[in-house]
Design a protein around this ligand. Structure first.
Ligand SMILES: *[C@@H]1O[C@H](CO)[C@@H](O)[C@H](O)[C@H]1NC(C)=O
Ligand SMILES: *[C@@H]1O[C@H](CO)[C@@H](O)[C@H](O)[C@H]1NC(C)=O
Ligand SMILES: *[C@@H]1O[C@H](CO)[C@@H](O)[C@H](O)[C@H]1NC(C)=O
Ligand SMILES: *[C@@H]1O[C@H](CO)[C@@H](O)[C@H](O)[C@H]1NC(C)=O
Ligand SMILES: *[C@@H]1O[C@H](CO)[C@@H](O)[C@H](O)[C@H]1NC(C)=O
Ligand SMILES: *[C@@H]1O[C@H](CO)[C@@H](O)[C@H](O)[C@H]1NC(C)=O
Length: 492
């Protein structure tokens, strides 16, 4: 990273990171990123692939863009037609033109109720007759590609891979060695209950080619790491999500993905795929607005993000439930809107010093990160950093107030009102512009306004859930600009 900074790069796209829980002073990527942002270099990082467990994020520093992964509206579809005429959809990259459409016997390789064989790991089908059959394998234990090789070696004609409950409806398209369909958890249960219902189960796998316009996309991927942040619970992370499932990409040279199998390109999934998408959006924004700081670009991306799928409803996670803020962050990147955010929340590199001191780091530890002498004479609570989201802990009866400063990057004459607020029952949020009425009125570009947000919780509020969420949206007088700020609450 230091070499890249020395070379004068504009954007760093970092598809790596450790999900080991540690603070910023021990986090090499956080430390190197601080040197980058001091030079105006934007740092986009993978949130990591340790989901869906909570507090599984890497790269949590507030000067980094922490990127989760979601699907795009494309499926490489293969479908399973069962003997009972039920059709369930799955995926595979391998779609042979000459696939036969005949029914074949369907087998789930379990012995005496023991499902170990159903992982279809190499060798596991040696004593099971799968010749000429379609084999239903469970996800896990070994990679999906190897399962296919195992089924093929044992004489199987096709394979269905069924997700477990954790991976849910998150599936992927892979380059299988035989006709295959990778299906979600619910579809897997449907196939297994069909298997239970008949003595001679049959199925056929149909190739559907590339299907575009999938209505429930973007969906959050099961593996996308989740908040809350370990290193700084007062900053809402991840920041954003972007395309990270079934992404076609090339390597600069052939890569041996498995012994004997070299590829120059592949379709892959992971936050390693979504992070460079965001870095690309940043490069576009930076060329359109060369004067924007890394924090300004990040704010523009976050406050304009989308929170609905192609069908206009809430983005869902791998369970098919609305994705929460610890999964989706501010939402799915919307590049065209990020180009015209109206208002931005800027942060200067030195603003992170009182933030780091407030987190409890000693002056010496802060020095390791910011590479200059600090005294920690000033500290702020984490949630007071000028961040385009809020993460606040609230006890019953407690009030907490924070300020934010926005900069007008829209038209010179414009005003903004809070149009939309959502908070959990028992929680209240009050908004006031400092030294003004409740409307933020701007008369020039680059003008700043400071506002105060007060969060409070009813004295008699007894929450069963440990966490809650909400948001508030500013809309410009001409209706053109919207600035959405998500909230997460921890109920202590
Ligand atoms: C995180 O997981 C733990 C253990 O499963 C659970 O007790 C806790 O409530 C979870 N936190 C959130 C934010 O979901
Ligand atoms: C299932 O079989 C595997 C392999 O022989 C064995 O290791 C495992 O303990 C068995 N599981 C159960 C629940 O019997
Ligand atoms: C199928 O039958 C087995 C054995 O009785 C049972 O354990 C399993 O839960 C059944 N699966 C479904 C999806 O009904
Ligand atoms: C899309 O929205 C329509 C109307 O609200 C609903 O009936 C349908 O189930 C939705 N489809 C998906 C895939 O969300
Ligand atoms: C930091 O302080 C030390 C001791 O006062 C001094 O020697 C050093 O030059 C200072 N470093 C910087 C970067 O100002
Ligand atoms: C902004 O308002 C001022 C004062 O009313 C006016 O002089 C100026 O022309 C306006 N600018 C634009 C671009 O409308």
């Amino acid at each position: 990273m230091d070499a890249a900074i020395e070379d004068g790069v504009d954007v760093l796209s970092i598809s790596l990171g450790a999900t080991r829980h540690f603070g910023f002073k021990d986090d090499l990527i956080a430390i190197a990123s601080f040197s980058a942002i001091k030079k105006g270099i934007f740092v986009s990082c993978s949130a990591s692939n340790a989901g869906p467990s909570n507090t599984s994020l890497a790269n949590e520093a507030p000067w980094i863009l922490t990127v989760g992964a979601s699907t795009i509206d494309r499926r490489f579809r293969t479908s399973v037609l069962l003997g009972n005429k039920k059709l369930v959809h799955g995926q595979s990259l391998y779609q042979p033109k000459d696939a036969d459409h005949k029914h074949h016997p369907l087998v789930y390789p379990v012995k005496d109720g023991n499902e170990t064989w159903a992982f279809c790991a190499p060798g596991s089908l040696d004593d099971i007759d799968v010749k000429g059959k379609i084999v239903l394998c469970d996800v896990g234990n070994v990679g999906n590609y190897l399962k296919g090789q195992t089924v093929k070696d044992a004489g199987g004609v096709g394979m269905i891979i069924a997700n477990d409950i954790v991976e849910g409806e998150s599936i992927a398209a892979e380059p299988h060695v035989l006709l295959a369909s990778y299906v979600g958890y619910k579809e897997g249960v449907e196939i297994k209950s069909y298997l239970n219902s008949t003595a001679s189960p049959v199925a056929t796998i149909l190739c559907g080619g590339t299907v575009l316009g999938h209505k429930s996309d973007p969906e959050m991927a099961f593996f996308s790491s989740r908040g809350p942040s370990y290193a700084s619970p007062g900053i809402l992370k991840p920041d954003i999500t972007g395309p990270g499932v079934d992404i076609l990409a090339a390597w600069p040279e052939s890569i041996e993905i498995l012994p004997g199998i070299k590829l120059k390109y592949n379709v892959l999934r992971g936050t390693s795929m979504s992070c460079p998408h965001l870095a690309g959006v940043v490069a576009l924004l930076k060329s359109a607005h060369p004067d924007w700081s890394p924090a300004t670009i990040k704010s523009a991306i976050m406050t304009t993000a989308s929170n609905v799928n192609r069908n206009g409803s809430a983005n869902v996670d791998e369970r098919g439930l609305p994705a929460d803020v610890f999964t989706i962050g501010s939402g799915h990147v919307y590049p065209q809107k990020a180009d015209e955010p109206g208002l931005v929340f800027d942060v200067q590199p030195e603003d992170y010093i009182p933030y780091l001191c407030g987190l409890g780091y000693t002056p010496k530890e802060v020095q390791i990160i910011v590479k200059k002498n600090v005294t920690c004479s000033k500290t702020i609570p984490e949630a007071q950093l000028n961040y385009p989201s809020f993460s606040v802990s609230l006890k019953s009866g407690e009030h907490k107030a924070f300020t934010r400063t926005v900069t007008n990057v829209g038209p010179e004459n414009s005003s903004y009102l809070v149009r939309d607020v959502s908070v959990p029952k028992g929680v209240h949020v009050a908004f006031a512009v400092v030294d003004s009425e409740d409307v933020m009125r701007f008369t020039s570009v680059q003008q700043t306004k400071t506002f105060k947000v007060t969060f409070s919780r009813d004295v008699n509020d007894k929450k069963k859930d440990l966490y809650g969420q909400g948001y508030m949206t500013f809309v410009s007088d001409n209706g053109k600009y919207t600035v959405r700020i998500p909230f997460s609450f921890k109920f202590e």
